[in-house]
Design a protein around this ligand. Structure first.
Ligand SMILES: NC(=O)c1ccc[n+]([C@@H]2O[C@H](COP(=O)([O-])OP(=O)(O)OC[C@H]3O[C@@H](n4cnc5c(N)ncnc54)[C@H](O)[C@@H]3O)[C@@H](O)[C@H]2O)c1
Length: 141
């Protein structure tokens, strides 16, 4: 597998305003740090606070459409990571998970569309493939 150095992405993101929903979570916080490293202006939008004091943080719910939209004004790129995860949680509270992961994503897409965001990035999950037959999972599995 070939890894792209984050430095190669500098021409795309340097000086650009980027919003990361769920930016205090695992994937979001790594993404936020990497984007700051290459000169992006990063805003995190999450229910909880991230531990990076260098990043603008807005405590907000993906369902607060008014706030989400106002934070998205002038943003060029959105990374959408706000989600509820975990097989156990999905089994115990499927409606909560569906609400955040589906309705929340629709909300984020609507706001991005209204704010004329250039690009919206959504990460899926390897769980869509079911139980892996081998680790690491390859693109062909
Ligand atoms: N962790 C992985 O290995 C992995 C791999 C591939 C894809 N993904 C996908 O990336 C996304 C993020 O995963 P993660 O591991 O960073 O999860 P995480 O649980 O660490 O982060 C999710 C973040 O979303 C926030 N959030 C939840 N509900 C919210 C709401 N209503 N409003 C605002 N924020 C809310 C949480 O506070 C949390 O900080 C998910 O869609 C996941 O499926 C994760």
């Amino acid at each position: 597998m070939e890894f792209v150095s984050v430095e190669n992405l500098r021409p795309f993101y340097e000086g650009k305003k980027v919003l990361i929903t769920g930016g205090a979570g695992l994937i979001g916080s790594y993404t936020a740090n990497a984007l700051v490293e290459i000169g992006a202006e990063v805003i995190i939008y999450d229910l909880q606070k991230s531990n990076n004091p260098l990043i603008t943080q807005i405590e907000g719910d993906i369902f607060d459409y008014g706030q989400l939209k106002s934070v998205m004004e002038g943003v060029e790129y959105v990374f959408h990571f706000a989600a509820l995860l975990g097989v156990e949680r999905i089994e115990k509270t499927p409606h909560d998970v569906l609400r955040v992961n589906l309705e929340g994503t629709i909300n984020a897409l609507k706001a991005a569309n209204e704010c004329k965001v250039k690009r919206f990035l959504f990460s899926s999950s390897s769980e869509v493939y079911g139980e892996p037959e081998r680790i690491p999972i390859s693109e062909e599995d």
